[in-house]
Design a protein around this ligand. Structure first.
Ligand SMILES: [Zn+2]
Length: 269
């Protein structure tokens, strides 16, 4: 009898604990501080995967920032909220029609955006993604794991998706080039730019469609064009055929309920 009561008490304690919010206070890094708060690796990975579209985990986190896991259910909390001195980014769990759990902002959209197929208005594709291409300057056959878009000098070049500027500098054969990371898996590269757009620097957060630079012919280039690369998991992929991510939205019929729930969570923080 006593044993079973003890068992009951323990079970209640743990189930109550499983529902309690967990706050990860950043003192060193998400990894370090989350482990100190006994947050599982799976949850840490989920946080990084979801928030990397908005946060550079190597540079942006400051002492005093926090992540709140609301209604902590192992790796599937009801909400995950990042709070820093300057901003708050909140996402809320939602199970879609296929039964898939995902995290969406208060507007019912995932933090990842859809991708544009091409980053500019171009005249024609002057070189496709290919493993063997005769190089007009080097006069040898080399792989060209990118797409070249011929366009007028000065044509605006846009980021294909929400992301964070990782590099923005003159890089040898690429000339003026920009590297943008989109979440944990994607990187896009824009090269031979005549110049960079105003305000675009390393660490800048950019939204899909934002002008980042202008077509030029800097570096190893024979005429005005944009050299564009799409990397997925550190490998170059064919931007013309790759199955690109699509932003997901909470179903219209669920949106009101979803937003009411999200607002209630934010009120109770
Ligand atoms: Zn190229």
């Amino acid at each position: 009898m006593r044993k079973s009561l003890l068992f009951l008490a323990t079970a209640l304690f743990f189930s109550a604990n499983a529902l309690a919010d967990v706050t990860i206070n950043i003192t060193r890094s998400l990894n370090y501080d989350a482990q100190k708060s006994r947050v599982s690796y799976k949850t840490i990975n989920n946080i990084v995967r979801i928030f990397s579209w908005k946060i550079d985990f190597n540079k942006d986190l400051r002492k005093g920032d926090k992540f709140i896991l609301v209604g902590n259910h192992g790796s599937a909390p009801k909400a995950i909220i990042y709070i820093s001195g300057k901003k708050r980014i909140a996402v809320f769990s939602y199970i879609d029609k296929r039964g898939q759990l995902g995290y969406y902002d208060i507007n019912g959209k995932t933090l990842y955006s859809s991708f544009l197929r091409a980053p500019l208005k171009y005249k024609r594709i002057s070189s496709k993604f290919q493993y063997r291409r005769y190089h007009p300057i080097l006069k040898t056959y080399r792989p060209h794991r990118a797409v070249d878009y011929a366009a007028n000098h000065g044509t605006p070049v846009r980021t294909v998706a929400n992301g964070i500027i990782k590099r923005r500098e003159y890089i040898g054969a690429l000339g003026n080039a920009i590297y943008i990371s989109h979440g944990t898996n994607y990187v896009t590269v824009y090269a031979h730019l005549s110049k960079f757009a105003y305000g675009i620097r390393v660490g800048s957060k950019v939204k899909k469609g934002k002008v980042i630079g202008f077509v030029g012919s800097t570096g190893r280039s024979t005429g005005a064009h944009l050299h564009y690369e799409l990397h997925y998991k550190n490998k170059r992929r064919n931007p013309l055929t790759w199955h690109l991510p699509k932003q997901k939205k909470v179903a219209k019929s669920d949106l009101k309920r979803f937003q009411n729930r999200a607002r209630a969570i934010l009120r109770n923080l």
